[in-house]
Design a protein around this ligand. Structure first.
Ligand code: 5GP
Ligand code: ZN
Length: 116
């Protein structure tokens, strides 16, 4: 556990390895694991090892960490799909955020539906 871990946070526990997950890639700063309820052929969550509640907090405190997370996501998209993907950071409950440890949804592996 690091000083920024949040003891009741699900993704802190997954990053620490105390709750199992299907981890597909990791780096010094971030972990990529399959979403338990996939919405696309490839649906991977990419979360920093450090706890931040959402992407603006993460970007403000650690912009290099955010860039590193995106690089890890990009690599996973090339490994598991064809390198084309959608990256979503749900931010706030009205936007669908349910886990308040920042994470990117990496969606890939097929023609993704549009937003319209
Ligand atoms: P959010 O709604 O916060 O943007 O995304 C949270 C995501 O975490 C959801 O897509 C949900 O399916 C996923 N999720 C929730 N609990 C677990 C879990 O225990 N393991 C994994 N791998 N994914 C989870
Ligand atoms: Zn956390």
């Amino acid at each position: 556990m690091t000083s920024t871990d949040s003891p009741d946070c699900l993704f802190c526990k997954i990053v620490a390895g105390s709750i199992p997950a299907d981890i597909v890639a990791s780096s010094d700063t971030a972990v990529a694991f399959r979403d338990i309820a996939p919405k696309a052929p490839v649906h991977v969550l990419v979360a920093p090892r450090e706890h931040y509640p959402d992407v603006p907090a993460f970007a403000a405190s650690d912009p290099a960490g955010l860039a590193s997370l995106i690089a890890l996501a990009d690599g996973v998209a090339s490994e598991l799909a064809d390198g084309q993907y959608r990256l979503i950071f749900n931010t706030g409950p009205k936007a669908g955020q349910t886990v308040f440890h920042v994470h990117a949804h990496l969606l890939a592996g097929g023609d993704l539906p549009g937003f319209a």
